[in-house]
Ligand binder design. Sequence first.
Ligand code: ADP
Ligand code: PLP
Ligand code: ZN
Length: 308
Amino acid sequence: GLQPCRVLSIQSHVVRGYVGNKSATFPLQVLGFEVDSINSVQFSNHTGYAHWKGQVLTAEELNVLYEGIKLNKVNHYDYILTGYCRDQSFLEMVVDIIQGLKKANPSLIYVCDPVMGDHGAMYVPEHLLPVYKDKVVPLANILTPNQFEAELLTGRKINTEEDAVEVMDLLHKMGPETVVLTSTDIPSKNGDQFLVALGSHKIVKPDGTKTNQKIYMDIPKVDAVFVGTGDLFAAMLLAWTHYHPKDLKMACEKTVSVMHHVIKRTITYANEMAGPGKRPSPAQLELRMVQSKADIENPAIIVEAKII
Ligand code: ADP
Ligand code: PLP
Ligand code: ZN
């Protein structure tokens, strides 16, 4: 149509490297989206470096930016995307903005990465959990928790595929039509070289009845810790569910394939820069985003998602 598909992305900005908006904006633009970005923080670099410095946007400053957008009557968005947030009043202002945007466009899709922690540890203040549970997740249309975040939100531990299926059903009951567990510790039947991810979305079967369709994915593991990958995942899931709205299997295959190509390019470069036998530094492990433009636009599919 004449109107471009417009995304409001409220995430971190870093001067050097790729997390938050730096991880989401370029790939979304490459895939044809107009991206309006609000930088929730502006840091020199991500917090995994030896040093980091910068500024944090307050809830009031966030509101001022939104007021400006509203005054000009350009507060019409097709998508809103949010990620890492470490302040309660900021998160509550984000909730107010989403409610306002949903009023302006009832078919607005909210893609929420409920960033709270990983591998058993929270890295945001604990009092954010009830805000996510009671206010944020109920507004979300697409939710991308990792295993730990899904466990926090539902109060249920995930040890098996069956547990994951139950947890995703509980998350649906909280609001979102689409849920993707971006990474889990569930052992893969194909061995420990694979990372298990699962997805679920509400569908209407040919006979008219409703069900939650579940998908399973084995993602080839790369032996390094990447930063900004969760943010890239959520952005790519937004894009590929937009282009394949009724086909979560295809959307996830494309999302995970983009991830794989970017990560492969990144680790190859990082190892080369570090030299033989040396562990790459955080700076060397920054995602090779610009170099991956062609893979983002047209990812060769490297995983087959299974409908379970
Ligand atoms: P989160 O903890 O929020 O799920 P991650 O960054 O750990 O975020 O994972 C998001 C996605 O990034 C995974 O689904 C996977 O596609 C990719 N990814 C991250 N780290 C790795 C890795 N070491 N090897 C392979 N894929 C990875
Ligand atoms: N935003 C900032 C400022 C960060 O420092 C980080 C991680 O260090 C992130 C976001 C999240 O990155 P990821 O996508 O790996 O969860
Ligand atoms: Zn995450």
